[in-house]
Design a protein around this ligand. Structure first.
Ligand code: FAD
Length: 471
């Protein structure tokens, strides 16, 4: 593209979203993507055997369907179809029935027995407030449109998940379920914002579901890219940017990068204080991920677990909190908390007839070289005896494999930076999307509202760039 108005570095969900905002504002946009395929953390590949489609990074997309920006796009016209499993999340136990998050709030609460009313109060209050607070949750800290509703949410959300679970829930099933939601935060469950993560993910299951794109996560990225192209945007793949000074001249450059790779290509362009602020940005725990091609579905001991798209394996609140604390403090757990997705039970298009794919990961210390394959398989086997006999092939990615594939994932940190209270508000610096270099912006998940496939970081970064360009 000759004389672009804007360049986006990186075709992840936020880079593509930023490009769409600019293209909709009639700017000539070109996206440079280092890899041969677009999508970044929202991509699918045949990682194991021919005919099996695996989600390389993101698999389950509550934040995508909750995203006010994605909801404003005609992605269905560009091939995106959401698949919703029969149940959103299953949380099996050794000695009692699994706790299940259904799409229905009442059905979920009703099956929690003694915790029915408590679940309705804790998660239900967020569900009911969602129309007033949803947009604020998926945005940078700002003056809320409904301050009282947000303040009411904040009073609980700013507590740790452990504290909230112990104070507001009674039985081990409800507490374990809440801990599993909170553990997505990748910070210890006794720290402040983990309560918020559990409340938001729990409520999102009832408000918009935990679906996945038919055919794999790649289909969401492909739909974003197709829509961008329909607006005149261009995407160049196999185009790694190693120095921003080598880019064609353009008044706006947006980087879908976390601070470390941003410093590598643009550090020389920043004043010392800003460079140091980016250097101080903290990355957190890493991830050890496994994908399996399966001869048959996982033989869950509790058959109700097969109704859910996502499964949380770790048992009680105490066990999950211990596993996350160990990883945070630099140790590996022999019984790690495992997040698992079983998409082919609901979307057979991803595997040969009768066959299945399974996606799973656990948290490990930052940049850990530990091999967690056996520990993860044992956790699945614990709740599904005979699981291993059904494996046809597997593929593992340790923290360094993730970082080698995508330099944003420093030390295997899939959240692109610790999501504690401080780095939720100051992400990656007080300037958020803006940098001291005129026309240069950050639009990755290292900006508010942070991790997840929702495109909101790209949306807000592009809005900032457009606002500045009009001044
Ligand atoms: C294993 C794993 C599981 C996850 N599971 C989920 C999930 O289930 N649900 C969910 O919502 N989120 C999940 N996430 C998080 C989600 O993937 C990220 O939050 C999201 O992808 C962030 O998008 P982004 O556009 O900010 O960055 P990225 O997705 O990292 O995209 C950045 C792009 O920039 C490219 N790039 C980097 N450097 C350069 C360069 N120098 N030149 C050109 N291009 C460059 C990269 O190749 C990449 O394509 C997961 C992530 C991982 C890794």
């Amino acid at each position: 593209m000759a004389d672009p108005d804007a360049i986006v570095i990186g075709a992840g969900p936020n880079g593509l979203s930023a490009a769409i905002v600019l293209a909709r504002a009639r700017r000539k946009v070109v996206v440079y993507e280092a890899r041969a395929e677009i999508g970044g953390g929202c991509a699918s590949e045949s990682l194991t055997l021919p005919g099996f489609v695996h989600d390389v990074c993101s698999a389950v997309h509550p934040m995508a369907v909750a995203s006010p920006f994605f909801r404003s796009l005609p992605l269905r016209d560009f091939g995106l179809e959401w698949v919703e499993p029969s149940a959103m999340v299953a949380h099996p136990f050794d000695d009692r029935p699994a706790a299940i998050i259904e799409r229905s709030l009442g059905d979920t609460a009703g099956a929690l027995g003694e915790d029915e009313g408590r679940y309705l109060d804790l998660i239900g209050s967020v569900v009911h407030a969602w129309p007033r607070i949803g947009d604020d949750i998926l945005g940078p800290p700002r003056l809320p449109r409904h301050p009282f509703a947000l303040a009411r949410f904040g009073m609980r959300a700013l507590q740790s998940a452990e504290r909230l679970a112990r104070a507001r829930l009674k039985g081990p099933r409800a507490r374990g379920l809440f801990a599993g939601l909170a553990a997505h935060s990748m910070v210890p469950l006794d720290t402040a914002p983990t309560g918020a993560i559990a409340l938001v993910l729990g409520a999102a299951a009832h408000v918009c579901g935990w679906p996945f794109p038919r055919g794999g996560s790649q289909q969401l990225s492909n739909a974003l890219a197709a829509y961008l192209r329909s607006l005149g945007g261009e995407i160049v793949t196999k185009a790694p940017v190693s120095n921003i000074d080598e880019l064609p001249r353009a008044p706006i450059v947006l980087c879908d990068l976390s601070p470390r790779p941003l410093l590598r290509i643009a550090g020389h362009a920043f004043p010392d204080n800003y460079r140091r602020a980016l250097e101080r940005y903290r990355y957190g725990m890493g991830v050890f991920k496994v994908d399996w091609a399966m001869a048959a579905p996982i033989p869950w001991r509790d058959p109700s677990v097969a109704r859910a798209g996502t499964v949380h394996l770790g048992g009680t609140l105490e066990d999950i909190a211990e596993s996350e604390r160990l990883a945070w403090e630099g140790h590996v757990s022999s019984r790690p908390f495992v997040l698992l997705s079983q998409p082919t039970l609901f979307d057979p298009s991803r595997a040969p007839e009768g066959r299945h794919t399974v996606w799973a990961y656990c948290h490990v210390p930052h940049a850990s070289g530990a091999d967690m394959l056996t520990a993860i398989e044992q956790q699945v086997e614990r709740f599904a005896p005979g699981f291993r006999d059904r494996i046809l092939a597997g593929h593992v990615m340790a923290p360094f494999d993730l970082e080698r594939r995508n330099p944003n994932l420093v030390g295997g940190d899939i959240a692109m930076g610790v999501t504690d209270l401080r780095q939720m508000a100051i992400r990656p610096t007080r300037r958020w999307y803006r940098t001291p270099r005129k026309g240069l912006y950050i639009c990755s998940a290292s900006t508010p509202p942070g991790v997840g496939v929702h495109g909101m970081c790209g949306y807000f970064a592009a809005q900032a760039a457009l606002a500045d360009s009009r001044q």
